[in-house]
Design a binder for this molecule. Structure first.
Ligand SMILES: *[C@@H]1O[C@H](CO)[C@@H](O)[C@H](O)[C@H]1NC(C)=O
Length: 313
């Protein structure tokens, strides 16, 4: 292993989803099923919001953005499992590996930023209902959406630059189903102390804690406003308008905390793989489900569409 240096590492070997050969086929098929449900569910959300005029509000436009992000991120993270499964080869070129790292990190950051923008939307809707339409106009929404997509790229680029300039690896086997940055940093024999400090400051503080803090503050104000409402039904109704978003937020942050903020997370890769699988496969699948099961507007739009379909065929 130690003798492998930059001249021999021209590709990586992704050891895949499990080291137990017997489980490979069932797990791959399960992931394929989850992936197809993810595409189906998120496409449904996109189409429903397009079709239904009642859903032409900032909240649902943002939800569309989230659905698009979900489809992109699950494609970016899961496609290697299918490539391995159907081609039987677990080699990945350095270029593909770097592309995957970049996409994975950027899209995850985008998700957090978009959820922050969505919590701001909920904050204005609940705390300033009179000014909502004026404040969350097309320009503001578009700017917030563009900022969420672009800031992810801006945040990730320096970190990615460092990772992609690694010249020396201790080996080329990655015990994972995707090229993630932690295993790669572990594998590198370049000096990674700068990167680790940078990751800590940028990744955890700017990338993670900032959106978390902003989302948290929005919800503190939202909850204070809700508690001030006199009637029980009014309180429940108002809370209802942000409950889907809150569920998605709690879900995403919880999985990220469990996956990345544990001490020595790089050292327990075997369990990390299952967590990553949950993070990257299940979370994008659950987002549209949470929104369609918990949300009356989406549910009624869906029912209407299904009725029209029945009439047509
Ligand atoms: C993303 O959100 C913006 C702002 O609300 C909206 O104009 C745009 O249509 C959305 N894009 C998609 C693909 O849903």
């Amino acid at each position: 292993m130690e003798s492998l240096n930059q001249t021999t590492v021209t590709f990586f070997v992704l050891k895949g989803i499990t080291n137990v050969p017997m489980l490979r086929v069932p797990i791959s098929l399960l992931v394929l099923l989850i992936y197809l449900i993810t595409l189906g569910g998120n496409m449904t959300i996109l189409l429903l919001v397009c079709w239904d005029l009642k859903l032409h509000t900032p909240m649902y436009f943002f939800l569309c953005n989230l659905s698009l992000l979900d489809m992109m991120s699950s494609t970016a993270t899961l496609h290697r499992i299918f490539v391995n499964f159907f081609s039987g080869s677990n080699r990945i070129s350095i270029f593909s590996c770097m592309t995957q790292i970049f996409m994975f990190m950027t899209l995850t950051t985008d998700q957090l930023l978009l959820l922050t923008a969505m919590s701001f939307d909920r904050y204005v809707a609940i705390c300033y209902p009179m000014h909502y339409a004026m404040f969350m106009n097309r320009t503001v929404c578009t700017l917030l959406a563009i900022a969420s997509w672009l800031l992810g790229v801006v945040e990730i680029t320096p970190m990615f630059w460092t990772i992609s300039s690694f010249t020396c690896y201790r080996g080329n086997e990655i015990n994972h189903f995707l090229c993630d940055f932690l295993p790669l940093i572990k594998l590198s024999c370049n000096d990674t102390s700068f990167l680790k400090t940078y990751l800590f400051i940028e990744g955890y503080f700017v990338g993670f804690l900032c959106p978390f803090f902003l989302t948290f503050i929005s919800y503190v104000f939202i909850i204070i406003t809700i508690l001030k409402i006199r009637s029980n039904t009014g309180r429940r109704k108002t809370f209802y308008t942000c409950s889907s978003h809150l569920t998605v937020v709690i879900f995403l942050y919880a999985t990220l905390v469990i996956q990345y903020l544990r001490p020595d997370s790089a050292d327990t890769l075997e369990s990390n793989k299952l967590l990553s699988l949950f993070n990257t496969a299940a979370v994008p699948m659950l987002n549209p489900l949470i929104y369609s099961f918990k949300n009356k507007d989406v549910k009624s739009a869906l029912k209407q569409r299904l009725k029209i379909c029945k009439l047509m065929f």
